[in-house]
Ligand binder design. Structure first.
Ligand code: HAM
Length: 423
């Protein structure tokens, strides 16, 4: 029988990698709190129609990357390929606007896209993200970028620069679309067959096609630029976003061909790339989507948000810095010198744990020497060797100094040491 393996494009996150995940999760939770965002968790599957209607019928995600299946009731369901659609669905369903606007929400969890797996591109991956609903102010666009910027800074990324663009409102977008169609019709024969069709159905999607032939065409200097087709009003809003970013000290580069791979964007769009990620360099992306909530049957409310790929962030962290140290290593390793002291060891172990410390012992009947080795391997700060009569030999594993005391006074020292380290 072939050995059982994880499905291609999925991966196990093993204990050795957990310090990275925990570090990100801790920083994310803390920064979200400081910026006033509240957490929301939505199901991992939804009705297929939700994604088709929001991400767009003609996007790569909806056309070829969704994990769609029928349940026993014959409903078409899809594993969420991203978080925005589900958050908006939940926002409408639970009338979250009644809790005051703007509603600033954040989320974290697994997403699913059937893409060709490679470094930094998986079929099950994780995102954290935010959706700020209800404010049309360009300050909100700048705030979500600032929030990510603080997270990235606290995770040790010093060189940060965003790619920024503005798609504008309906008028700007249709002016740009018309120019783009003109250009694409002139080079249609050089496009992949999917994009030849998309020139008619959804020309903006050609801009993020990954086929090499299309990429070559898109490098032409004659490619129309979104920023040349903005109305006066949209241009003014874009200027405001830039002014806020500059005020916050956020570095950006305008990238007029950045349109993002999802259809719901209506104004500012942005991405951030990190060095060392190879072809999959975008670690986060987002933008304004002022039509989506109304399009999905909710009120006419503007919104802006982003999502960050956590696996990509970890790949970049591994290039960037030393492995984060996991808090909560073993405080005490309880050593039983012989069979007769084992029951006492179990009692000590349990008491130490009940007092809130991390404790371990041997479960393999090993010799005392082997137990001391295991204590060192577990990075225990202290080895507690059980002695008769309620006594114990306490070895500081860092200095190797050892003293004998009663178990009771050991617990008291442990508690006072912990109090000091918490001060
Ligand atoms: P997205 O650009 O499709 O945007 O995804 C955001 C991030 O998720 C990417 O920059 C990347 O880091 C990560 N990502 C996407 N696909 C994969 C994959 N197959 N493997 C590993 N990482 C991946 C969105 O999802 C939008 N919902 C963002 C948003 C929120 N816009 C407004 N609000």
């Amino acid at each position: 029988m072939d050995p059982l393996k994880a499905i291609r494009g999925t991966s196990d996150i093993l204990p050795a990698d957990m310090p990275y995940w925990h570090r990100i999760e801790k920083v994310v939770r803390d920064v979200m709190r400081r910026f006033g965002y509240r957490e929301i968790r939505t199901p991992v599957f939804e009705e297929t129609g939700l994604f088709a209607r929001s991400i767009g019928e003609d996007t790569d995600i909806v056309v070829k990357e969704m994990y769609t299946f029928h349940d026993l009731g014959g409903r078409s369901l899809t594993l969420r390929p991203e978080g925005t659609a589900s958050v908006v669905r939940a926002f409408i369903e639970h009338s979250l606007d009644q809790q005051g606007l703007p509603q600033k929400l954040w989320y974290m969890g697994p997403m699913f896209r059937q893409e060709r797996p490679q470094k930094g591109r998986q079929r099950q991956f994780h995102q954290f993200g935010v959706e700020a609903v209800g404010s049309p102010d360009s300050l909100m666009d700048a705030e979500v970028m600032h929030l990510f910027d603080v997270i990235a800074g606290e995770l040790g990324f010093d060189e940060r620069e965003y790619l920024l663009n503005c798609l504008g409102g309906e008028e700007s977008r249709s002016a740009y679309r018309a120019e783009l169609v003109k250009f694409l019709n002139g080079v249609k024969g050089k496009l992949c067959s999917n994009c030849q069709r998309r020139v008619e159905t959804n020309p903006l999607r050609v801009l993020d096609c990954k086929e090499p032939d299309c990429r070559t065409v898109l490098e032409s200097p004659a490619l129309p630029r979104t920023t040349d087709h903005l109305t006066e009003d949209d241009r003014a809003i874009f200027e405001e976003v830039r002014r806020h970013l500059e005020g916050l000290g956020i570095r950006y580069r305008i990238e007029p061909s950045l349109v993002r791979g999802l259809d719901y964007y209506t104004g500012t769009v942005f991405e951030m790339e990190l060095a060392g990620l190879g072809a999959q360099s975008a670690v986060m992306g987002g933008g304004r989507y002022d039509r989506l909530i109304a399009d999905l049957g909710g009120k006419d409310l503007p919104a802006v948000g982003f999502a960050c790929g956590m696996e990509r962030l970890i790949l970049a962290m591994k290039k960037n810095e030393e492995k984060p140290v996991e808090a909560g290593a073993i405080d005490v390793y309880v050593v039983s010198p012989d069979e007769s002291s084992r029951d006492m060891a179990v009692r000590y172990l349990s008491e130490i744990r009940n007092f809130g410390f991390a404790a371990e012992m041997d479960y393999l009947g090993r010799s005392m020497k082997a137990q001391m080795k295991a204590a060192a391997r577990a990075h225990a700060s202290t080895a507690l060797i059980v002695e008769p009569g309620g006594m114990a030999s306490v070895k500081d594993m860092r200095t190797s100094s050892q003293e004998t005391m009663s178990f009771e006074s050991f617990i008291n020292t442990l508690k006072s040491r912990n109090k000091k380290s918490n001060q």
